[in-house]
Design a protein around this ligand. Sequence first.
Ligand code: KIV
Length: 306
Amino acid sequence: MSHVSHSQVSVTIPDLQRKAAAGQKLVMTTAYDTVTARIADAAGVDILLVGDSVGNVCLGFDNTLPVTMDMMCHHLAAVARSAPRALLLADMPYLSYHVGEAEAVRNAGRLIQLGAQGVKLEGGARRVPVIRALVDAEIPVMGHLGLTPQSYHRMGGHKVQGRAGKAAVQLLEDALRLQEAGCFAVLLEGIPAELAARVTGELEVPTIGIGAGAGCSGQVLVFHDILGLTGDVPPKFVRVYLDAFAKLRDALAEWSGDVRDGRFPGPQESFALPEEARLALDHWLPQAPETARTEPGLPSVPATPV
Ligand code: KIV
């Protein structure tokens, strides 16, 4: 039996590690549904992350803490159905890996069974036991250090991390511990560029940066931020490549105007009536309700239209 899918060969973790070792930058973005996944995959990104940022980007929460496993599974399944070529990763949401290794393995396994090729989780040395348990269960793990959004309350909001000497050293040591525990890559978020470059230099596994300067092995940005979809002022570390919010708004406003002014739909968006049906309608005469009800074979109440 062949284990090779012939539809399309998807990116694997060893592919990414080889690419990074050859000095090629890795490209990662988020996807939350089939459409965003198809767009990002068509653009040729290496990694698609179903991030728990779905909470603030798509679901209207202020931070990622309310995101549950069920929410993650719902969005991951939609992304997986797009059968992307890119490596597909899923975030482990808050509390899905904090209350014991067995529960973490079960939760991560659920994400893998839905199509994720690996999971991402936040935190440093204290996550080592859980990372070991996941790796032991054949679940590839990407670590996430620096500005870890699930530490929102401890950090006092989304704030740049690793600026003090002790914190910078701690972050470097944490990165080494994650690598030792078996992480195949480490995401560095919201830290000074020089610190991220130093961590990247010390690690053998690739780093993916967001708000962490140009010295990482790759970069990630949230899909909606790159495309200007949120309509919000973007954070400093984002470069916006399209004002999609304004463009989509204007297109929808144009359609609304066409509807209101009778320009939509036109003949090209309508279905023509065949001649035979037109003749039948032309010959139709309204019948008195009494006659209709007593005629044999006709239902006593009109059938519900489909
Ligand atoms: O959830 C998310 O989108 C992330 C970002 C770092 C990309 O983790």
